[in-house]
Design a protein around this ligand. Structure first.
Ligand code: ASP
Length: 338
C-alpha cells in the first residue's frame, strides 16, 4: 500500500500569482496537485486548505490552528506537509515543534522562492521531496528546502533570493536529497506518550538588538510598554555592554519580565559564563539561549510564558530541551540509500 500524505495549505509564494505588481496569494490546495503529477506513483496525496496568506501575516492564532489540524488529521497519514511562506516558516515550525507533544511521525514544512505555476521554479522540487520526507520514520517537525530536510526549530531563512533559502546553522541537516538519499543526522527518539496539542502563546514578547555603546533604552521601553518577555541579541557568546545593560535587566526582572539573551552570531552556542559582559547579564537575571536559533528561542519563550510559567520555573523550563531545539550538534551519518 502506498503511504498517504496530507498537504496542509497555508499560503506563501509557492501558490502565488503576479497581478500587475507584487506577488499575492491565489492558488489553493487542490490547484497545487496538478503541478506535482507523477508523485501519485509514490504517495497518495490529500489536500486541506487552512488559510491562504503571505506568511508575514501568520502568527500564534494560525500556529494553533495548524497544530490542531495536524493532530486531527495525522493519524490517517504517514505524515503531513505544511505548505507555507518562507518568511516566517522557521517561526511556525518552531511553534509546532513545541505544541505537538508526542508527535510520532513527520510534519514537514516547505514552500518556494518562485511560484509553482512558473516554468522556472523551485516549488516542484521542494514539494516532491517534502512529500517523500513525510513518508519517512522521522517523528518531528522539519523544514524541507533546496536539497535538505532540516530540524524545523534549528532552521532559519538565510537568503532572500537563493533556492537554498534555509540553513540550520548549528545542527546538521536530517536528510540530504541527491542521487542517493542520505540520513545525515539522528532524528528525535519516538515519543513515550500519545500526541496532544498544547497551545498558548504570550503575544507581548519582543526581540531587540544591542548596538555598540548603547544603553538599554529599548529594554526599558519594552518593559514600560507591557512586554512580558524580551529577547536581547547581544554580541558573540551573549555579551552586553557592562555599562547600563545589567541594571536594565535587573529592572526588567523586578517588573516580572523574562529576559532571554541571544547572540547576533548565526552559528555556535551562547555561553553567558564566557565573558564578563555575559556573566553580568546572567547575574542580573538573563537566561541564555545556548545553540537555539533566534526564532526557536523567541517562540519557546512565548510558549512557556503562555503556559503560565514565570521566574525560576520559567528559567528551569527554558533549559529543558523540548524538541531538539538546543541539543548539541551531532554529526554522524546515520544511513544512505538509493
Ligand atoms: N512573502 C512570502 C511568504 O512568506 C515569501 C515566500 O513564500 O517565499 O509568504
Amino acid at each position: 500500500m502506498k503511504p498517504r500524505v496530507l498537504f496542509l495549505y497555508t499560503g506563501g509564494t509557492l501558490g502565488m500569482v503576479r497581478r500587475d505588481g507584487p506577488l499575492a496569494p491565489s492558488h489553493v490546495a487542490e490547484d497545487i496537485l496538478p503541478y506535482v503529477r507523477g508523485l501519485e506513483a509514490e504517495v497518495d496525496v490529500e489536500a486541506e486548505l487552512l488559510c491562504n496568506l503571505d506568511s508575514s501575516d501568520i502568527g500564534p492564532d494560525h500556529w494553533e490552528r495548524m497544530a490542531e489540524a495536524v493532530a486531527r488529521r495525522v493519524p490517517e497519514f504517514s505524515g503531513v506537509v505544511v505548505l507555507h511562506g518562507t518568511d516566517t516558516m522557521a517561526w511556525s515550525a518552531s511553534a509546532l515543534s513545541f505544541m505537538l507533544r508526542g508527535l510520532d511521525r513527520p510534519v514537514v514544512f516547505t514552500g518556494a522562492q518562485r511560484p509553482i505555476a512558473f516554468v522556472r521554479t523551485d516549488a516542484r522540487n521542494n514539494l516532491i521531496h517534502a512529500a517523500l520526507c513525510a513518508t519517512m520514520d522521522i517523528p518531528e517537525v522539519g523544514i524541507y528546502f533546496g536539497r535538505r530536510l532540516y530540524r524545523g526549530n534549528r532552521a532559519t531563512k538565510i537568503s532572500i533570493q537563493s533556492y537554498e533559502a534555509f540553513e540550520s546553522p548549528s545542527h546538521r541537516p536530517l536528510v540530504e536529497m541527491g542521487v542517493v538519499i542520505r540520513h545525515t543526522s539522528p532524528v528525535l527518539p519516538p515519543p513515550a506518550s500519545g500526541l496532544r496539542v498544547t497551545p498558548g502563546f504570550e503575544r507581548n514578547v519582543v526581540v531587540l538588538q544591542v548596538v555598540p555603546g548603547s544603553g538599554p533604552l529599548l529594554l526599558d521601553a519594552a518593559v514600560a510598554a507591557g512586554a512580558r518577555g524580551v529577547v536581547i541579541r547581544g554580541f558573540g557568546a551573549g555579551n552586553v555592554p557592562q555599562k547600563g545593560w545589567p541594571d536594565g535587566i535587573v529592572r526588567a526582572a523586578a517588573a516580572g519580565v523574562a529576559v532571554v539573551l541571544h547572540s547576533q552570531c548565526l552559528r555556535g552556542a551562547v555561553d553567558l559564563g564566557a565573558y564578563e559582559g555575559g556573566r553580568a547579564a546572567l547575574e542580573a537575571g538573563a537566561i541564555g539561549t545556548g545553540a537555539m536559533t533566534v526564532e526557536a528561542a523567541t517562540v519557546k519563550l512565548m510558549w512557556l510564558l503562555g503556559q503560565g510559567l514565570t521566574g525560576q520555573a520559567l528559567r528551569a523550563a527554558f533549559a529543558v530541551d523540548l524538541a531538539g531545539e538546543g541539543s548539541a550538534e551531532t554529526g554522524e551519518l546515520t544511513g544512505e540509500r538509493e
